[in-house]
Design a protein around this ligand. Structure first.
Ligand code: ATP
Ligand code: MG
Length: 509
């Protein structure tokens, strides 16, 4: 029997109205990658925050034992000093500071008490080089895409030379190539004896990288199994407590008329004049259909949608037509007025007000309409919110729960509900299921399909290729800001789409 490096025993943790952890046990061995999986709200992040000292003793019950001795971390600093580094699910970088400043925040190299900037930047550069990341350490984090920010978070955690590294949904915003890079790094760490806890909803990755898998459900440990001795259907069954069969709905979409068309959308990188992020892109969206936009990270997918929505400072040109009539969108409010809804990839920046209730967040986008033309009816509003929350199975004590206290996946569901309540004609979905568990994904896919069937035009961006292919009636592919391919549902094979996404093939249709 290998004695574990870390044991968490019978951990309990309650929040007002929620028992988040109800006797969770987990052990971690030197040099293993231990996957922690479970549905949204199962308690994964909460367990990690106890290990990280975010919730110090006695805010939780049970015992944390490190190398045989019981430990009670009083603070994050305390946990870090014990050799534990955590990469959180919600990015926590300071946007106005540079990459290097973020990596060494609070641990800046100093000489005679003064920050040694030269050393700070050269160490950051070396760290980024070691990780094969081509990110400029001087660049302000604000200018990085969400995927790159995630890689900086990882570099930051690794800079602490931790014995235990915890990764909470690290690949949610990474491209396949970046995931490969990350896995290379994790394998190196494992070979050096570092122990890792790896939280992910992407079970293919979990099976690829982990040595053991622990399943949590409703705040309880279901079991721990060596990865080699189990399989995906069994793990999913334990996570959701039922069998999940078909993930994607059978689509029967009738192509309606064109409701939405854009032409000549061009977006310049605000921090690099002359560099085009989107170069003369156009597309049409039909009523009753899902238009998928595929592409690698950095191909301009999100920038395209943001520019159309009036939310990108680098927009150079865009002709936008709704029902064949040209409209002007200068700011998001104009887009909303014309019936465009937008579920954004970065829910912290554009999607959610974390210290407001679920209900406030849901009704925010339609508030003006509700209180303008009609009299605000709080009961009706609450009822609509309740209905949306139950349709999407948002796990919370009530719609008056503060959004920031929800688990990551449930926050995403609130963002989706918010835009659905605006009754849009065209709905942009940018990474709608990032961080969402398989069971809830199936529900969201069914919801997307129902919306299309009810006559909405949906424009879907996702870096999960199966998701784009499984839901879209038509797929366009972007590479370096340009359309490099266009496929109908039957033509869109993963190989064909990928070869356009990597720039190896030109327009297939
Ligand atoms: N600060 C908080 N205040 C109140 N409730 C909370 C707080 N943090 C978490 N919870 C609740 O505790 C439960 C577990 O949440 P947790 O974030 O640990 O889930 P998770 O397994 O990480 O889910 P996900 O896969 O969505 O990230 C949820 O019901 C959540 O709403
Ligand atoms: Mg979580």
């Amino acid at each position: 029997m290998i004695s574990p490096l870390l044991e968490m025993k019978e951990i309990t943790k309650s929040f007002p109205g929620v028992k988040a952890l109800d006797g969770v046990s987990l052990d971690l061995r030197t040099g293993e990658i231990h996957a922690l999986v479970g549905e949204n709200g199962a308690g994964k992040s909460t367990l990690i925050k106890i290990l990280a000292g975010v919730y110090p003793h006695p805010e939780y019950g049970g015992e944390v034992v490190l190398e045989g001795s019981a430990r009670r971390f009083a603070s994050v600093r305390d946990s870090e000093q014990a050799g534990i580094a955590v990469i959180y699910q919600e990015l926590s970088l300071v946007k106005d500071l540079s990459v290097a400043e973020n990596i060494f925040l609070g641990r800046e190299p100093r000489r005679f008490g003064i920050i040694n900037w030269e050393e700070l930047y050269s160490r950051a550069q070396k760290l980024l080089d070691d990780l094969h990341l081509t990110i400029d350490p001087h660049s302000p984090v604000r200018n990085l895409g969400i995927g790159q920010q995630q890689l900086v978070e990882i570099a930051k955690a690794l800079s602490q030379n931790a014995r235990i590294v915890v990764l909470d949904e690290p690949t949610a915003a990474l491209t396949d190539a970046e995931v490969e890079t990350l896995f290379g790094i994790l394998n190196d760490l494992r070979a050096r004896g570092v122990a890792m806890i790896y939280i992910s909803h992407k079970l293919d990755e979990v099976f690829h990288i982990s040595d053991r898998i622990t399943v949590l459900r409703d705040g309880k440990t279901i079991d721990t199994t060596p990865t080699a001795e189990t399989d995906e259907p069994r793990v999913i069954g334990k996570m959701v407590g039922r069998a999940v069969d078909q993930i994607f709905p059978d689509a029967k979409h009738d192509r309606g008329e064109v409701v939405f068309e854009v032409r000549n959308v061009t977006v310049e990188d605000p921090s690099v004049p002359g560099k085009l992020l989107v170069d003369q892109v156009g597309f049409t969206a039909h009523k009753g259909e899902v238009l998928g936009i595929a592409g690698l990270m950095g191909s301009g997918r999100s920038e395209l949608l943001m520019a159309i929505f009036g939310a990108h400072p680098g927009r150079k040109s865009a002709e936008i037509l709704v029902d064949g009539k040209q409209i002007q969108i200068a700011k998001p409010a104009d887009a909303i007025k014309h019936g465009i809804g937008f579920v954004t990839e970065d829910r912290k920046r554009y999607g959610l007000i974390l210290d407001q209730t679920i209900l406030k967040n849901m009704t925010l986008a339609c508030l003006r309409r509700v209180s303008g033309r009609f009299v605000t009816n709080e009961d009706a509003e609450a009822a609509a919110g309740e209905r949306a929350a139950s349709d999407l199975r948002i796990k919370a004590p009530s719609v008056f729960t503060v959004a920031g206290t929800l688990s990551g996946g449930n926050q995403q569901k609130v963002v989706l509900a918010k835009w659905l309540l605006t009754n849009p004609r065209v709905l942009f979905l940018d990474e709608p299921t990032r961080g969402i568990d398989v069971g809830a994904k199936q529900e969201i896919y069914a919801q997307i399909n129902r919306l299309a069937e009810s006559g909405l035009a949906i424009v879907l961006v996702s870096s999960e290729l199966p998701e784009v292919l499984g839901l879209s009636d038509l797929v366009i592919v972007l590479h370096e800001g340009r359309v490099t391919g266009e496929f109908t549902r039957s033509q869109a094979t993963p190989e064909a789409v990928m070869s356009c996404a990597t720039g190896h093939a030109r327009r297939a249709a």
